[in-house]
Design a protein around this ligand. Structure first.
Ligand code: PEP
Ligand code: MN
Length: 340
């Protein structure tokens, strides 16, 4: 249930309510909006205590959230969530941030060269997988911690925040030491222990929708992270499985307006995996911005024919550069910004 405080409420009123929530054995979730403060008390039997809060002076009203996801829902928080990544990078505001880099970190040189290319073209966050979820056990599995060192090295030299994927609970601490955002991949969206583990640490999490996950299930997975106290969650649409085989996945652009209506969390789109075909990634990236993306993830490789992972969908440096200029125009047309 959610407890809405009176507009006149002070910090001490917030503390009184959160103390009471803790005394009942629940974890309080505070959402300080522009006008009102809402405090969530979520969990089985929470409603049993409704009257105890209604009786408090500072409380305006107490209501139940009907949706199965609570903290992820617009009912809990009216304003869009803006996730702060670094001093200059925030996802969910007016500026659309482009996350770019190779699918996998392959070597120190490849990581740095690609990082330099994407930074010069206007990307603000560096991507690169060190632990790769591959369909085949014989395919390149990633460089592990050595790869994360290369990613960090590029990040320090170029002053760019980074993102990389954690595939297991054990990798979460390591990833949070090396990166600014932890990515949870499509194949792990219903790995509930992993969701809880990233919820217990502080780094922002980019949660990719599974290829057979409904919007409701995506929001419930986000709820797992939020329920542990980490409110810095970014949703990511990256294509779903349909009967279509001409493209790698089917980019569900429908998900964007729907997610934005149901949830306050920012939504980033991944047209690289969504379509899986290099020559069409730029076209789909434009569509992603038109439909309301707060950010994009794009795979880039200086020599995609030699890439150890996802070469066919990786943009060539010039393609990326040209695409960024076109995306800037679309961003402006929808009242957003992309390039500085
Ligand atoms: C990736 O970003 O390289 C990746 C493996 O993504 P997904 O989990 O969406 O397949
Ligand atoms: Mn990839």
């Amino acid at each position: 249930m959610i407890i809405t405080l009176k507009k006149s409420s002070k910090q001490k009123d917030v503390a009184a309510v959160t103390d009471k929530i803790k005394a009942f054995g629940y974890m309080p979730h505070v959402s300080e909006g522009k006008d009102v403060t809402i405090i969530g008390m979520i969990g089985e039997y929470a409603e049993k205590h409704k009257e105890a809060f209604e009786a408090m002076d500072a409380v305006e009203h107490v209501s139940e959230i009907q949706k199965p996801y609570k903290l992820a829902s617009r009912d809990f928080k009216k304003e869009n969530t803006i996730v702060k990544i670094s001093k200059n990078v925030e996802i969910g505001g007016k500026k659309i941030h482009v996350i770019a880099g190779p699918c996998a970190i392959e070597s120190k040189e490849l990581m740095f060269n690609t990082a330099k290319i994407v930074k010069d073209a206007g990307a603000s966050i560096l991507r690169g997988g060190a632990y790769k979820p591959r369909s085949s056990p014989y395919a390149f599995q990633g460089l592990g911690e050595r790869g994360l060192k290369y990613l960090r090295d590029s990040s320090l030299k170029l002053h760019m925040p980074t993102i990389s994927e954690a595939m297991t609970v054990e990798q979460v601490d390591l990833l949070s030491n090396y990166c600014d955002i932890i990515q949870l991949g499509a194949r792990n969206i219903q790995n509930y222990d992993l969701l809880k583990a990233v919820g217990k640490q502080k780094k922002p999490v980019l949660l990719k929708r599974g290829m057979a996950t409904t919007i409701k299930e995506l929001l419930l997975s986000a709820e797992y992270i939020l329920s542990q106290g980490n409110y810095n969650v970014i949703l990511c649409e990256r294509g779903i499985r349909t009967f279509e085989t001409a493209t790698r996945f089917t980019m569900d652009l429908n998900a964007v307006p729907v997610l934005k209506k149901l949830s306050h969390l920012p939504v980033v789109l991944d047209p690289s995996h969504g379509i899986g075909i290099r020559e069409h990634v730029g076209t789909m990236a434009k569509a992603c911005i038109a439909v309301g993306a707060d950010g994009l993830i794009i795979e880039v490789h200086p020599q995609p024919e030699l890439a150890l992972s996802d070469g066919p969908q990786s943009l060539l440096p010039d393609q990326f550069k040209d695409m960024m200029k076109e995306l800037d125009l679309i961003a402006k047309a929808v009242g957003r910004e992309l390039l500085d």
